[in-house]
Design a protein around this ligand. Structure first.
Ligand SMILES: NC(=O)c1ccc[n+]([C@@H]2O[C@H](COP(=O)([O-])OP(=O)(O)OC[C@H]3O[C@@H](n4cnc5c(N)ncnc54)[C@H](O)[C@@H]3O)[C@@H](O)[C@H]2O)c1
Length: 423
């Protein structure tokens, strides 16, 4: 199938704008802008909010960030984006910075939707404020970096009102080739699935240099390398692939054994740079996952292969998306590309098979706000985050770890600093 054909057959996902009902739905005039407040004006936040602006009726009207320089960069960027779309510049009263910026944004009557793009440690705290403020929420993954945060998020999920819509940033599910092959897999094209091999081989991240930064500020600016702030690479980055495993299997792992460590990286931080995880899912389905995050030799390769009694499905970020076997199928636009030929994008704005992932996810989400039905993806987001925590715990403790072990004895992280120093 070609992308064009798929888009035509999945009107709900791809053309949410056309589905807006006339009149008022969920408090919005159809065709009026959904007023978006971006919390965390960094790399991913800027990319996604720009994409919301360009691909949906959402309009960035407010910004919040811990650091004034990040807020200022966001203001300059979005004033330019808004001007290009003949929209107003951001009102100065809707620019918030400091440790309470998230609460000020959540309390603002001028914001309908909060996009949470802060480091993972803060997601659940920020989700709580946004939901309590009655906002729609687009929350980046992971929903929680430890079991305590995961439980807190599940409580927040119960407080989401019937008119609020909450999405979690697993945009890969919305990529047209991946959505299409998922439909085939879920309809049984592979027969009984026995096993999956999956991987996420990423280059090293760049250190962000801020002369004169205190150790606490350095940690916050380079949160990716810090276990408490990021959850480690399995929970922060590799989670996209584990999410696809859970989604395609319709299940979560029962137990895990893991090896891995910090073999190459020497810079500050305590995250591992490689993981090898063996997950066991219900029905004795085995998932073998490996990842690396180091090196500047331009290797980037992420994806999975599912092996079933009747066929094998390949689901890479770049390269052929196809099923071989009894019900052979291919996403034609991907067939000329080589597996692993993709380019890494630190802001998640990938090309190749993920080229339209953000756009289609955002359209579907805005459609859920404007014309319903609303989403509540918190519990599903928590389940994937916990699946990654399971693999992480098995690695840190160097023993087979079950889901029940994780819930009973999973690690708990504290920030170890007072954010009021940045007031
Ligand atoms: N879905 C994807 O493909 C994808 C890709 C990249 C990043 N992400 C996620 O997006 C989030 C942001 O990542 P990034 O790469 O943009 O990081 P970043 O460091 O570029 O941006 C984070 C921003 O949050 C601000 N911030 C930090 N602590 C804050 C606080 N307590 N209150 C308010 N603002 C705070 C920072 O000043 C910074 O501007 C992370 O959760 C990451 O896992 C997702």
């Amino acid at each position: 199938m070609k992308r064009r054909e798929f888009l035509q057959t999945t009107a709900g996902a791809a053309s949410g704008m056309l589905l807006v009902k006339s009149g008022v739905a969920f408090g919005y005039q159809a065709n009026s802008a959904v007023r978006l407040g971006l919390l965390g004006c960094g790399s991913r936040g800027t990319h996604v909010a720009t994409s919301f602006s360009q691909n949906t009726t959402a309009q960035v009207v407010a910004l919040a960030d811990l650091f004034p320089d990040q807020l200022e960069a966001g203001r300059a960027h979005f004033n330019q984006v808004n001007a290009g779309l003949s929209r107003a510049a951001i009102d100065a009263k809707l620019l918030f910075h400091g440790p309470h910026a998230f609460e000020q944004l959540a309390a603002s009557p001028d914001v309908d939707l909060i996009q949470i793009s802060t480091p993972p440690f803060f997601h659940v705290q920020h989700l709580e404020a946004a939901v309590a403020g009655g906002k729609h929420v687009y929350c980046e993954k992971p929903v929680g970096i430890d079991v305590r945060q995961a439980r807190q998020a599940l409580e927040i999920a119960k407080r989401v009102r019937p008119t609020q819509s909450v999405d979690v940033g697993f945009q890969c599910r919305s990529a047209p080739p991946i959505a299409a092959i998922a439909e085939k897999i879920k309809a049984g094209a592979l027969g009984q699935i026995a096993s999956i091999t999956a991987h996420y081989f990423a280059p090293a991240s760049q250190e962000k240099v801020f002369p004169g930064a205190s150790p606490d500020e350095f940690r916050l600016r380079n949160w990716l390398w810090d276990r408490a702030l990021s959850g480690d690479i399995l929970v922060e980055q590799n989670i996209h692939i584990i999410d696809l495993c859970n989604w395609l299997l319709g299940a979560r792992p029962l137990k895990a054994t893991t090896t891995g460590g910090r073999n190459i990286l020497k810079h500050a931080g305590d995250c591992w740079d490689n993981y090898q995880v063996d997950f066991t899912y219900p029905g004795d389905v085995h998932v073998s996952f490996s990842s690396t995050q180091f090196g500047d030799y331009k290797i980037f390769d992420a994806g999975l292969r599912l092996f079933g009694a009747a066929g094998c499905a390949s689901v890479p970020y770049a390269g052929p998306v196809q099923i071989v076997g009894a019900q052979a199928w291919a996403w034609q636009d991907s067939m000329a590309t080589a597996a692993g030929s993709g380019k890494f994008a630190a802001n998640g704005g990938f090309e190749d098979n993920l080229a339209f992932a953000d756009r289609d996810k955002e359209r579907t989400f805005i459609d859920s706000i404007v014309s319903g039905p609303p989403h509540n993806q918190i519990a599903a987001g928590v389940e994937t985050a916990l699946s990654c925590m399971l693999g992480r715990m098995a690695g840190y403790q160097r023993r087979e770890t079950t889901w029940d072990d994780l819930l009973a004895h999973g690690e708990t992280y504290t920030l170890g600093m007072d954010l009021n120093q940045f007031a």
